[in-house]
Design a protein around this ligand. Structure first.
Ligand code: ATP
Ligand code: MG
Length: 364
């Protein structure tokens, strides 16, 4: 996947700006507050239907503008050109993909694969289970066709069960529980298989990102005590409590990714820097797995790499990224200090006065 052009309008401090990255490494420099992260945020918004810095209505739209717009042009592995655009007012959106109106933002997400590592990414390790479920689901959405229809079935049944619970039960409850259990078990099988596929990539990434961990065990906490009972039994057992609470407390919507590091303490015992390194290993493993399944790398975005990782780690990360051959966007107030001499950026851009300059001539 190769981004040829990114255009933003009414997005944070940008009235109108554009960036035309090259294949390989693209470095975006600029002072604090110049808008570097915003460029990555815009591409991420199109590809994930959400920002990593809050909701559209909470400040993404430029002050004084009615809506933000993002437009992207990219090339797929076969060399075909695609175009996507999104206009968002904070409460309503319109989108187009290859000249057609888009009915669901998921269509843009399916078309554009972008993996972003940013200063908040440690939440993948330290944050709530929801962050890790979103990570798992994003990966599965891109590599497993059966995932989306199953997930929709599950979500629908969950909604029905919750609303019946709040109404005090009723004859339809059992039928919806049956549906929930069927879809939930199948979804969990897919998640298990996905983690199986992810595992070797994570083992491969870990020594470069977090060597101190030595090795990692990755597993799924399915959201109920699966080793002891079926989801149908777990739902039955939880029914009284769920009725009192008004929502379903067991099932894949409560799943979590588990990891155990051989030579380091659990999640809570990691330093912030180690949590970031582990988060980066998880994201890069996911990207590598996607590349293996789909035959093309997602676009990799690394925000503020220089301030996130120490020199040695930066160096290893940059070397690893160069090996992948993926298109990479890296931001920093300056060229990252650990930039290896053999990893030469294909293009450097500079953000200044709400404009993007570049590609600029490369300095020695
Ligand atoms: N809704 C908005 N309208 C106008 N300006 C905004 C809006 N939201 C954010 N900004 C401005 O846009 C800029 C955000 O820039 P961004 O976070 O992308 O900068 P950055 O180059 O990544 O900075 P840093 O180096 O500090 O990470 C800030 O100057 C901020 O004040
Ligand atoms: Mg920034």
């Amino acid at each position: 996947m190769l981004i040829r052009q990114l255009q933003l309008e009414g997005f944070r401090r940008f009235d109108a700006a554009q960036l035309s990255p090259l294949p390989g490494f693209n470095l975006v420099t600029g002072d604090n507050g110049s808008g570097k992260t915003t460029l990555l945020e815009a591409l991420h918004l199109l590809a994930h239907a959400r920002s990593f810095r809050g909701r559209v209505r909470d400040g993404l739209i430029r002050q004084g503008s009615e809506a933000l717009q993002v437009y992207v042009e990219w090339e797929d592995a076969q060399g075909a050109t695609h175009r996507a655009g999104l206009r968002h007012t904070g409460s309503a959106w319109q989108a187009r993909l290859d000249g057609q109106d888009v009915a669901q933002l998921g269509q843009l997400c399916a078309a554009l694969a972008v993996v972003t590592f940013e200063p908040g990414s440690h939440a993948l390790v330290e944050g709530s289970g929801e962050v890790r479920r979103r990570y798992l689901d994003w990966g599965m959405f891109h590599v497993e066709q059966r995932f989306l229809p199953l997930w929709r079935r599950y979500a629908r049944a969950l909604k029905q069960r919750n609303s019946l619970l709040r109404q005090g039960g009723g004859p339809a409850l059992e039928a919806w529980e049956y549906e929930l259990a069927q879809a939930g078990e199948a979804l969990t099988d897919l998640r298990d298989a996905y983690i199986e596929g992810l595992r070797p990539h994570l083992q491969d990434m870990l020594p470069r990102m977090l060597p101190a961990a030595e090795s990692i065990e990755l597993g799924l906490h399915p959201g109920w005590r699966r080793q002891e009972m079926s989801l149908a039994d777990a739902l039955l057992l939880a029914r009284e409590r769920d009725q009192a609470l008004g929502h379903t407390t067991v099932g894949p919507h409560r799943a979590d990714l588990r990891f155990t590091l051989q030579a380091l303490p659990g999640r809570a015992g990691l330093s912030r820097g180690q949590a970031k390194q582990l988060a980066l290993a998880l994201l890069m493993a996911q990207a590598a797995h996607l590349a293996e399944c789909r035959g093309e790398w997602p676009v990799l975005q690394l925000d503020d790499l220089g301030s996130e990782l120490d020199r040695q780690h930066q160096r290893r990360v940059l070397e690893m990224l160069a090996e992948t051959g993926a298109q990479v966007l890296v931001t920093g107030t300056e060229r990252p200090s650990g930039w290896p001499v053999d990893v030469i950026p294909a293009a450097v851009f500079h953000v200044e006065h709400a404009q993007v300059l570049g590609p600029l001539p490369l300095e020695e």
